[in-house]
Write a protein that binds this ligand. Structure first.
Ligand SMILES: [Zn+2]
Length: 260
């Protein structure tokens, strides 16, 4: 086999980017690794852009440390996602050999993005908050700050008050769970259905408290589980501190326990 010397550029310098290049000699078989979360051994989320691919050829991106990731069983039967425009994502052939995850794309373009799941961007988050406030009847109860100063919005649908049920829905406490904010987008869409009898029944007795993204720093840095201080927020509820987990101190719940 002839090895095509690579001119492929891999980049991660964007919202939720994560990968490192180990060996990019061979343009068709690149060797990469997922970077662990800051001050943590956890890793799983990846998101990178490849430029300079050869149209009509198959390029394979090998994630060398997949077998040592936090949830190695997640790779069995798994297919990575890719996109040519960072908007429309599709599944690509993926094989896990017990150690390395091999992601292949017979490319139609010279560049493409690859990710663990379809990323939920900070830009879309801002749009979602706008939808929630202007179309879904929620109000902004408070805005907290992450370690790095990013906004954490707490929304409420309903007026609050004695005798009402409080339903809390918190997404992306583990920042690599981008699918959770896609779920939140579904809730915010549903809240716009005025004729929805089931929703009406629920809102008669309950208020919804929504935190669409509880760990914006972790999401931005392409982490799987931790915030910018290396804290797993879902394990910090009993010992939250302003210095290491202000995100948890900001989001109070009735019983102080949220687990997933
Ligand atoms: Zn989780």
């Amino acid at each position: 086999m002839t090895v095509a010397l690579t001119s492929i550029k891999i980049s991660t310098d964007f919202d939720s980017g994560n990968i490192q290049v180990l060996d990019a000699h061979d343009a068709y078989q690149l060797l990469l690794a997922i970077k662990p979360d800051t001050r943590s051994h956890h890793f799983q989320w990846f998101h990178f852009k490849a430029e300079g691919m050869h149209v009509g050829h198959t390029h394979t991106f090998r994630l060398s440390n997949a077998g040592k990731s936090s949830y190695r069983h997640a790779w069995s039967g798994y297919n990575a996602v890719a996109s040519y425009d960072h908007i429309n994502w599709f599944r690509v052939p993926t094989r896990f050999d017990g150690e390395i995850l091999h992601i292949s794309l017979e490319t139609r373009e010279r560049h493409a993005w690859f990710a663990y799941f379809e990323p939920y961007s900070r830009e879309r988050h801002d749009w979602l908050i706008d939808q929630a406030l202007n179309r879904a009847g929620t109000q902004l109860l408070a805005t907290g700050k992450s370690v790095e100063g990013r906004d954490i919005q707490l929304l409420r649908r309903g007026k609050g008050g004695e005798g009402r049920r409080n339903i809390w829905i918190i997404a992306q406490q583990h920042p690599g769970e981008h699918m959770a904010e896609w779920f939140m987008e579904g809730i915010i869409e549903r809240l716009q259905q005025d004729g929805d009898a089931e929703l009406k029944k629920l809102l008669k007795v309950a208020d919804l408290y929504l935190v669409p993204n509880m760990n914006p720093d972790g999401a931005f840095h392409g982490h799987l589980r931790t915030n910018a201080m290396g804290q797993d927020l879902n394990r910090a509820w009993q010992s939250a501190s302003q210095e290491t987990s202000p995100e948890v101190l900001f989001v109070p719940t009735t019983d102080g326990k949220v687990r997933c």
